[in-house]
Design a protein around this ligand. Sequence first.
Ligand SMILES: [Zn+2]
Length: 735
Amino acid sequence: MPLNRRQLVAGALATAAATTAASGRWATTATAAGHRVKPAHGGHYFPNAAPLHPTAFLKLPPGRVTARGWLAGQLKLQLDGLCGRYEEFSHFLDFTATGWVRPELGGWEEVPYWLRGYTDLAIVTGDAKALAAVRRWFDAILTTQQSDGFFGPKALRTSLNGGPDFWPFLPLIQALRSWQEYTGDTRVIPFLSRFFRYMNAQGPGAFNTSWIALRWGDGLDSVFWLFNRTGDTFLLDLADKIHANGADWGDNLVNPHNVNIAQGFREPAQYALRSGSADDTRNTYGTYGKAMDQYGQFPGGGFAGDENARPGHGDPRQGFETCGIVEFMASHQLLTRITGDPLWADRCEELAFNSLPASLDPSGKAVHYITSANSVDLDNVPKNGRQFQNGFAMQAFLPGVDQYRCCPHNYGMGWPYFVEELWLATPDGGLAAAMYASCEVTAKVADGTEVTFTEETGYPFTDTVTLTLKAPKRLSFPLVLRVPAWCDRPEIEVNGRPVDAPAGPAFTRVDRTWADGDRVTLRFPQKTVVRTWEHNHGAVSVDRGPLTYSLRIDEEYERIGGTEQFPEYAVHATSPWNYGLVLDERKPTASLRHHTARHVKDTNPFTLDGTPLTMTAKARRIPEWTADGEHVVAPLQDGPAGSSEPVEEITLVPMGAARLRITSFPTTDPGAEPWLSDDHLWQLVPDSDGWYRIRNRHSGKVLGVDNMSTADSAHVVQFGDTGTDDHLWQLVRPS
Ligand SMILES: [Zn+2]
């Protein structure tokens, strides 16, 4: 459980699983140079100072982008929900009982995780109560600094091999940066300078083991942030020390832990800002490709990691941790800015619109630990059949203070960071629409004059985006617009006049002298496409624009605990789910019909009742496809699946709106071989010294000898995997 999470799985990930070509919507290679934005020096918002190499875009200070529409609705749910209220009932966040406020007490990652999300939530919503609560935390934390620069829980000075454990400090430093950028608090920069001097004085042992070794990308980002504000050259030495001693993510899945990968893989591209080496950047692409090719062969933008990615466990039923979702999103945002490659923004949108809402209950008051592309029951019962790696229950929606621990404290940065990264500054004094949602941005352009773009759209549920400029005078600056990867015929107009726009993925640039009231209209026509997952048994998924569609399964919410205010829920299916799609091979989309059900509501479009969009499809049930004895959907088998069941019309809804879902569908064909039913499938599970257990897929139980008999003609039965000797078998070559 939480303790297990902290233990690293030693050794490199087994490389037995073949690396295969990505069958994802987007290749795992970089976008063509002409459609990327080239990094350049300059810009209003603390561009990289020499000798650091420049980035393609600059982050605007938090608070410059304000959410509207459904996105504001998500923030409201978060403010009234778990993140906004967590301080009231997570014992880790007890102000009077944490070492982050009273250093003689204990404390680890929970306060930093929560405060990182909550700080930016307070800022992007401007909520006075939340801002006051955040200020109280920082006022207290800032006073804990010691003369050598260390701050927070004293025990963390010696908790990693006798030296400091820097990991929990990294998210807290990110929170402090947001606070400084928003308020201009003059205490923060000297505080961080003193802390980084303390960090730089430590030996390699503080850099090269445990969580921190794998997550130094977060540290590098903060070191560069501070260097751009102070010019202190010791920070460059610290960056070199971090890179030299941290885990080697160079084109290498150095560790199988899903969150470590989601955070860690970007470190080489970040260090490229120091080294100037294109190889470092390429390594980040390579590592992303390795993770997705081996473990990301299903929709949603994540990969199989419950909790580690494991060779042979890449079925869409595997889960991706909620921490993994938000960390991967943050990585993709950072990489958009560093590389100018629009694909990273597409990948962030895929996670934001499809996986993030699905990881939260519809009221925003609970999370679960893992989200799966195929998931037909969310109960609060541990699975003993090794369907998932973790031995604790991970699927029910809970506040989960101790059961889930990291995810409910950490998820809070998802939407606020997404809001902040919708718009970026360009090094030549312009603005870029990097991702799309209803919002408003106010930022400096050209000579430093502030302008406002109002962005009106129902995106991702609609295909038109309208930008209206408010400017005090005529101003010449570039407006950079992302054309999504899935859009091959974008239409862009400025004041009603069409301008050239390339097919996505691309950043395209409109250079002109702008005037107050100018209006830019973007149309990204969405069309339905079918993705085939060749390396997951030829399963298919249905996309339209940035949204992937799942089978609509009727959901029954069973209250299993919690309080009236923060109830805990299991979610069960009350309609069938074992469908395979009936598709015309020559034109797979022919039988798919798209419907607009209603306006995009601000409250929550990511629910079965609230979704503005649906689709209908033709399907047949596959009787052999069942859930196992522990309510976990059986893995896919080769498609098409033989089925003589009648063809039915089924309803699909956006994946983010479905808490139960089938998103990777088998195809069916009455002439094909039927699937084997689950109880006919057995697995050889290697034990030690050439012995195997033989496990049944349906029951999860293993073959054993009745009553542990050693007699002739004793019966062999299935039995719980209790580890006794009568469960171990050897494969003997015929003599
Ligand atoms: Zn987590």
